[in-house]
Design a protein around this ligand. Structure first.
Ligand SMILES: Nc1ncnc2c1ncn2[C@@H]1O[C@H](COP(=O)(O)OP(=O)(O)OP(=O)(O)O)[C@@H](O)[C@H]1O
Ligand SMILES: [Mg+2]
Length: 224
């Protein structure tokens, strides 16, 4: 493992107000993600995993604490500056996919990967979809739930982000397919020294990561 820190969280706290009540979801999270490091986040439903991932990816602001990306504190950056950082460094797989319905699966990958890869993106998009076992379909709505999820993963990794943030990326897949897909993602990360933080309930997948952190009662603890 290199000792270059890609993202650092310093004493991150996050509270929500809902129906006049304050919910303290994160109560002081300290976490470092090193270049090339693969991390699993586990924890019960509602423990704050998606909240934590969203804060790491700068799409949600913490109530207090600092997010440092490549040595820069992003707390006071404008939305424009944040977009630039996200575009260059961060890629998401959301808990519920979100492909563009008007485009084919291939176009969904290509439209994202072309930003980073230029002309070669068509061939790369085709290859990556075939590596992930997605059959060629003309429309997104023809895909099964699992195929849809695999396109979302393929799209996120195709840009070779410095860090991939994935929220239950294989939640709709049977455990065998989930492991095969994640092995492919891990291979791509290892070969290109990309970091990944993945929220997962699948212990087999978690065990393939370099570190496992458990989120409970607003705190994070490394599991041995
Ligand atoms: N915008 C919001 N307003 C109010 N409460 C919220 C908001 N977002 C999340 N919460 C609450 O914060 C807690 C943590 O939510 P979060 O989505 O981070 O959990 P999670 O660990 O990802 O759960 P799951 O495994 O079910 O996806 C939950 O109790 C949720 O209801
Ligand atoms: Mg969640």
């Amino acid at each position: 493992m290199g000792d270059e820190v890609v993202i650092e969280l310093i004493d991150i706290k996050k509270s929500f107000v809902s129906g006049g009540k304050v919910i303290d979801v994160l109560k002081g999270i300290n976490l470092r993600v090193y270049r090339g490091e693969l991390i699993a986040i586990v924890g019960a439903s509602g423990s704050g995993k998606t909240t934590l991932l969203s804060i790491m990816g700068t799409i949600l602001k913490p109530s207090s604490g600092k997010v440092i990306i490549d040595g820069k504190d992003v707390s006071n950056m404008s939305e424009k500056e944040l977009e630039k950082i996200r575009g260059k460094k961060i890629s998401f797989v959301f808990q519920n996919g979100y492909l563009i319905e008007e485009l084919s699966p291939l176009e969904n990958v290509e439209i994202i990967s072309s930003r980073a890869l230029g002309k070669k993106s068509y061939e790369i998009a085709r290859k990556i979809l075939s590596d992930f076992g997605v059959p060629e379909r003309a429309n997104v709505w023809e895909l099964s739930g699992g195929e849809y999820q695999r396109v979302a993963i393929a799209r996120a990794i195709s840009v070779m982000p410095e860090i991939l943030l994935a929220d239950e990326p294989t939640g709709n897949l049977d455990s065998k397919t989930a492991e095969t897909v994640m092995e492919e993602v891990i291979r791509i990360c290892r070969e290109n020294k990309l970091s990944m933080v993945v929220v997962t309930h699948n212990t087999e997948i978690a065990k393939k990561m370099d570190k496992i952190y458990r989120l409970a009662d607003g705190k994070i603890v490394e599991e041995k």
